[in-house]
Ligand binder design. Structure first.
Ligand code: TRP
Length: 373
């Protein structure tokens, strides 16, 4: 992808991502109005993330929904690489998964890849990764998933179940394919080369358990697609359906351009941040404002490049009229960045206060969700 000014792999996202190009490079389908209509017909309403274009691409979502319409249900699969605390960007596919679970009455398999993070992060021990998995699981549970239908597991502690299935995948996956898809070299450690087989397992494990094929839908960040491209290639060879996916773009960070990234603490709002930390971070965030108040009043601001506006648009302002008004006032220069920031700090802190409460309560519920063997 050297002719593009950006890179997107499961491990490295950099540059100014052109999503149209990325969709083409990856061979994804866009989520179009027709598909949105289909979802709306089945669910009665569209989730904000679908309406506002946070989820933009998919593979075979139409296939899964058509089969659902004929009475054949599906299950959800998503996951998290536990290398640190959870930030707001991580929550995006999980929030959509919760909505889909409610609307379609679905089981969810949630994979915590402590193995992956140990293998890929230079300075992370396996114990630390497993520890973060349990911390992150609290954030998952806090979103309100149904304990009867939601199964969270770490790869190392559910290994007895996962490993035999991963072997079946690995036997069909050559080094040459992993090199082509992920850019691996002779210096890559062999755990990394094996890892995609582990991430493939939950896409067909429920079918193994049920002894019949069940469709799988994976809500995930677009950077994870290469793993599932491999999964889609291999699973039919083992007699299973290709997993379908619904993919979100990166949640904006606090600086100009770029995504919210856990490795850059100042780019991200963590679910454990205090009110003061949120205020400090939002106050120093990049906006679409002008250099001076006078200039802003005369020329107006630019909501399209403004992180504060984007946070409202994608997550914190559900009211369509209100978001239009914010956009209008900004462009007319009738609202100052300072005031937008103040409102957003309030909204984020309200959200986090609730989330942190539920996160605390989740500690007592962990055992209802966790699968081990
Ligand atoms: N590899 C993912 C990460 O680093 C974690 C993951 C495992 C995942 N299975 C998944 C993410 C399924 C989305 C969907 O974050």
């Amino acid at each position: 992808m050297s002719k593009d000014n950006f890179t997107v792999t499961p491990w490295d996202v950099s540059g100014d991502v052109n999503y149209n190009k990325l969709i083409k490079n990856f061979g994804l389908s866009k989520i179009d109005d027709k598909l949105l209509e289909k979802i709306k017909k089945q669910t009665g309403e569209l989730h904000l993330f679908l309406k506002r274009g946070l989820f933009i691409a998919h593979r075979d979502l139409d296939v899964v929904l058509n089969s659902y319409a004929k009475g054949d249900s599906f299950f959800l699969y998503t996951g998290r690489g536990p290398s640190g605390n959870t930030h707001i960007g991580h929550l995006i596919p999980w929030i959509l998964a919760k909505w889909l679970q409610d609307k379609y009455d679905l089981e969810l398999y949630f994979q915590m890849t402590d193995d992956e993070k140990f293998l890929f992060k230079e300075n992370l021990t396996l114990e630390e990764a497993t520890g973060f998995a349990y911390e992150n699981a609290l954030d998952v549970i806090a979103l309100g998933f149904d304990p009867k239908k939601t199964h969270i597991f770490t790869n190392t502690q559910y290994a007895k179940t996962l490993y035999p299935q991963a072997l079946r995948v690995a036997k069909k996956l050559t080094f040459s394919t992993t090199k082509a898809v992920f850019g691996f070299t002779n210096e890559t450690n062999t755990g990394q080369i094996f890892y995609t087989s582990m991430q493939t397992v939950p896409a067909f494990l429920p079918s193994v358990k049920a002894g019949r094929n069940i469709y799988c839908l994976i809500p995930h960040g677009i950077d994870q697609d290469p793993h599932f491209r491999v999964a889609r290639d291999i699973l039919p060879k083992l007699g299973y359906y290709k997993p379908a996916s619904i993919q979100n773009i990166f949640f904006p960070g606090l600086a100009k351009g770029g995504k919210m990234s856990a490795s850059d603490v100042n780019s991200a709002i963590f679910t454990t941040d205090s009110k003061k930390e949120v205020e400090k971070k939002i106050n120093s965030a990049f906006t679409g404002g002008r250099e001076t108040i006078e200039k802003q009043q005369k020329e107006g601001g630019n909501p399209d490049i403004c992180n504060i506006y984007k946070y409202n648009h994608f997550l914190f302002e559900e009211d369509d009229e209100r978001i239009e008004e914010m956009r209008h006032l900004c462009k007319k220069g009738q609202i100052r960045c300072k005031d937008c920031k103040k409102q957003l700090v309030q909204k984020i802190n309200n959200f986090l206060q609730e989330h942190q409460k539920k996160r605390q309560l989740a500690k007592a519920k962990l055992s209802e969700f966790i699968l081990t063997d």
